[in-house]
Write a protein that binds this ligand. Structure first.
Ligand SMILES: NC(=O)c1ccc[n+]([C@@H]2O[C@H](COP(=O)([O-])OP(=O)(O)OC[C@H]3O[C@@H](n4cnc5c(N)ncnc54)[C@H](OP(=O)(O)O)[C@@H]3O)[C@@H](O)[C@H]2O)c1
Ligand SMILES: *[C@@H]1O[C@H](CO)[C@@H](O)[C@H](O)[C@H]1NC(C)=O
Length: 321
């Protein structure tokens, strides 16, 4: 009898399905976007990386609520496809595509410049775009590519749009981080690709930690401005997030994911919660889990002195570019 026969055993199949159901029931959020009646008519929202995965469903939700939605994507073709889909499903024509490559500080500045020229307000900014498993690479700005994409680009973008958000208050900044930040480390030489090991999502984990650290410091700086900044873990979600991994790892991810992981639509729930829910009005500097519960982030993400240092470091890195 071959070892693989176990996978065809009815007991194995039944127990797997039962376990998958249990996991599905347990992760039910206490908040459901479908029963949240908040309207976003007259509000403007930006979602980065909105052409696929979690970002697309965040943007679709905002469009359904009547917002003016800007999809900030790096690919014209992929962005246009998502734009048409979101307009069609939501019936909201006020959805637009603007090109943005968050890994390039030039592109971030160009996007922000045009945005400030064209738009009168910004009420919701969701920093969603990110990469995982990128091989070692240094951008033309001299930054390690994952650090540029996942942290420095969104950091600069947020800072460039901040004045408009303050004028538009109440406004919310939502940073899509990850529970992986628990394994992250802070080392300022990493930003330039030094002393960095590209193994087991190490780089991704670090960037997701910087997301929370700087969002918390931003929240502190924004106190009493009417602009809030929170971080959120969307859950483990079946998206294209594994695209830079080997075929083997992708197969495992997709097979396990078929039973146990969230759909992109489900993954969008906790970021949408942070962006629109009435109960989070005025709540800032917090980290939310994938079931929309308020949880503590890792100890490093609660170190206020480190946060000041990290924020100032990232400001220096992005200011001249
Ligand atoms: N999936 C999970 O299990 C999981 C778990 C925890 C946290 N997250 C977080 O959830 C967020 C969304 O991820 P996802 O799972 O939806 O991944 P995804 O399917 O890979 O989507 C990522 C999005 O980001 C965009 N993007 C990547 N690099 C970019 C760049 N340089 N400039 C502009 N856009 C860029 C992608 O655009 P292209 O299509 O053009 O590449 C895509 O739209 C990320 O912040 C991720 O870290 C995901
Ligand atoms: C990154 O985080 C994941 C999830 O917590 C973990 O499995 C992995 O080992 C971490 N990588 C490192 C290098 O710590």
């Amino acid at each position: 009898m071959s070892f693989l026969n176990i996978f065809y055993h009815p007991a194995w199949v039944v127990s797997t399905v039962v376990l998958a159901l249990v996991v599905r029931l347990q992760r039910r959020a206490h908040w459901d976007p479908k029963s949240c009646s908040v309207r976003l008519t007259g509000k403007t929202a930006v979602v980065t990386g909105a052409n696929t995965g979690i970002g697309k469903f965040i943007a679709l939700d905002f469009a359904r609520r009547g917002a003016r939605v800007i999809l900030a994507c790096r690919s014209e073709a992929r962005g246009t496809a998502a734009l048409n889909e979101i307009r069609q499903i939501s019936g909201n024509p006020d959805v637009h595509l603007r090109l943005l490559d968050v890994s390039s500080m030039d592109s971030v500045r160009e996007f922000a410049k045009r945005f400030l020229e064209e738009e009168k307000a910004l009420h919701i900014l969701v920093n969603n775009a990110a990469v995982s498993g990128l091989p070692r690479e240094i951008t033309k700005d001299g930054f390690e590519a994952s650090y540029a994409t996942n942290h420095l680009g969104p950091f600069l973008l947020t800072n460039l749009l901040l004045d408009l958000m303050k004028q538009s208050a109440p406004a919310r900044i939502v940073t899509v981080s990850s529970t992986n930040h628990h394994r992250g480390q802070v080392d300022f030489s990493h930003f330039h690709g030094e002393n960095l090991v590209h193994f087991m999502d190490n780089v991704y984990n670090n960037t997701k930690l910087h997301n929370i650290i700087c969002t918390n410091e931003l929240a502190r700086r924004l106190s009493n401005t009417g602009v809030t900044a929170n971080s959120v873990h969307p859950g483990v979600v079946k998206t294209e997030v594994m695209r830079h991994y080997s075929l083997w790892l992708r197969c495992i991810f997709n097979t396990v994911g078929f039973f146990f992981f969230k759909s992109p639509e489900e993954g969008a729930v906790s970021p949408i919660y942070c962006a629109v829910s009435e109960e989070l009005e005025g709540v800032t500097g917090k980290y939310f889990d994938s079931d929309c519960s308020l949880v503590l982030p890792a100890p490093l993400a609660r170190d206020a002195a480190l946060a000041v240092k990290d924020f100032e470091f990232c400001e220096r890195l992005t200011s001249k570019l």
